[in-house]
Ligand binder design. Structure first.
Ligand code: UD1
Length: 420
């Protein structure tokens, strides 16, 4: 079992180039099923969720080649089955992204109910309701979802709640449906916009990209393209917080600062020095870290995926910070781990109350999910002495070579194999 070993107390300095976004690359890989030809994707992050989806696509007969750094080529014209392999689908929630493209391009799909991080319930009822509106027959039983449609037909779909997953799946399905589809109360995350831009590059007709209402006019077929995935705003945010919590000076290049506006506003409110250019962000960590009150919201609100990392920063603040988690009900499993590091962090239902302490102390901790892992790494980098972080398999799902990236900034962090 791998663990990260961190010797904290060392300010991070330097610059890093942002990687491509996990949450854009995964649905874009799934959307390649709509092209039935060889698509080239660039800036695909080398993370284990990408390997998992690669495994799913290959098991279904697609040809997938990846240079392990950026370029991935996916040819779905060789697809042999519309049934996704259960053991791989269970590994991550995003695997359900393949259902919309399968249904739209092949008229059927069978995907088991998705797994993923332990953040609380991850229902797919709104995805299924959307597919049914588009004319599909959908059966969900024994942990599997089977969907069929001779030809999807455009429809009006009003999502009762903002959902990134349901918006992605219905958007992809509607691109080759007959006639016009209107999606209302859509998620507007930059990764949805990137997916929509990718679909448009492949020939889809979509209006209202990035707005709550999108109108899709179905086209008979999408064509292969060469596409560059957007920068990962969550990775960017995590490394900015690592810079701030260590009182360092860190610049992230090749990113879209507008995508992290909510985080930058909060970090400024927490007395951190932030400089923004067209495609870079610099943070200069300062003390005191002043307290704030914040809630997670769908984009452009403060993202649930940066909530644990911001809580880590607040542990070294002055006064009391409160954070309310509105997206997932199980997203505070890391709080006890921050307590092990000396943080004063208390959870009550959807709220977490953080009373700032002067210093964190190194300890053995366990990452319960991807972003919690990011938060524990940030806290360990600021803590006195040595921390070991297990649950690295979660961290590897969303952060490419985290120890190498942070070492480039002067962080004392390495990966070691331990016998358990
Ligand atoms: C969510 C986040 C996304 C983040 C990802 C991984 C939001 C709006 N979405 O996306 O930014 O990157 O987690 O951490 O912040 N829901 C239903 N029925 C459904 C689908 C969803 O009730 O069919 C509920 C979920 O339980 C959740 C909310 O809607 O409370 C938002 O879910 P959704 O956006 O779909 O989740 P993800 O796509 O995983």
């Amino acid at each position: 079992m791998a663990r990260l070993v961190v010797h904290g107390g060392n300010p991070l300095h330097g610059s890093l180039e942002a990687n491509g976004a996990k949450n854009a690359a995964l649905p874009i890989m799934a959307a390649c099923l709509l092209a039935k030809g060889k698509v080239s994707l660039r800036r695909v992050p080398n993370i284990s969720d990408v390997w998992t989806l690669t495994g799913i696509l290959k098991a279904m007969g697609c040809k997938v080649e990846y240079d392990g750094n950026s370029l991935m080529e996916i040819d779905s014209s060789t697809l042999t089955t519309t049934k996704a392999p259960d053991h791989l689908v269970r590994k991550m929630n995003a695997s359900f992204d393949i259902m919309g493209p399968l249904l739209a391009a092949y008229g059927e799909g069978e995907v088991s109910l998705p797994g993923g991080c332990n953040l609380g319930a991850r229902p797919v009822d709104m995805h299924i309701a959307g597919f049914r509106k588009l004319g599909a027959e959908v059966v969900s039983k024994s942990g599997f979802v089977q969907a069929k449609a001779t030809k999807l037909k455009g429809a009006r779909i009003l999502f009762p709640k903002v959902s990134v997953g349901a918006t992605k799946n219905c958007l992809m399905a509607a691109t080759v449906a007959d006639g016009e589809t209107i999606l209302e109360n859509c998620a507007r995350e930059p990764e949805i916009v990137d997916l929509a831009n990718f679909l448009i590059a492949m020939g889809a007709k979509i209006e209202g990209v990035g707005r709550q209402k999108m109108t899709i006019t179905g086209v008979p077929q999408l064509h292969p393209v060469d596409y560059n995935v957007v920068a990962d705003r969550i990775e960017v945010g995590t490394y900015l917080i690592a810079g701030a919590i260590t009182e360092g000076d860190v610049t992230i290049t090749g990113c879209v600062p507008e995508h992290v506006t909510s985080l930058l506003d909060l970090m400024r409110e927490m007395n951190q020095e932030i400089t923004v250019g067209e495609d870079f962000i610099r943070v200069q960590g300062r003390r005191p870290i002043t307290p704030i009150a914040v809630s997670t919201e769908p984009y452009p609100g403060f993202p649930t995926d940066l909530q644990p990392q911001l809580v880590a920063l607040a542990t070294l603040g002055t006064g009391t910070t409160t954070v309310t988690e509105n997206i997932f009900n199980g997203r505070f499993m890391y709080a006890m781990e921050l307590v092990r590091l000396g943080g004063d962090v208390r959870v009550s239902h959807r709220d977490v109350v953080i009373r700032g302490v002067k210093q964190l102390e190194g300890a053995p901790v366990d990452a319960p999910d991807i972003r919690a892992g990011g938060a524990l790494v940030c806290a360990a980098l600021a803590a006195n002495g040595e921390s070991t972080i297990s649950g690295v398999n979660f961290i590897d799902r969303g952060y490419q070579e985290i120890e190498k990236r942070l070492s480039q900034l002067g962080g004392k962090i390495s990966r070691t194999d331990f016998e358990d």
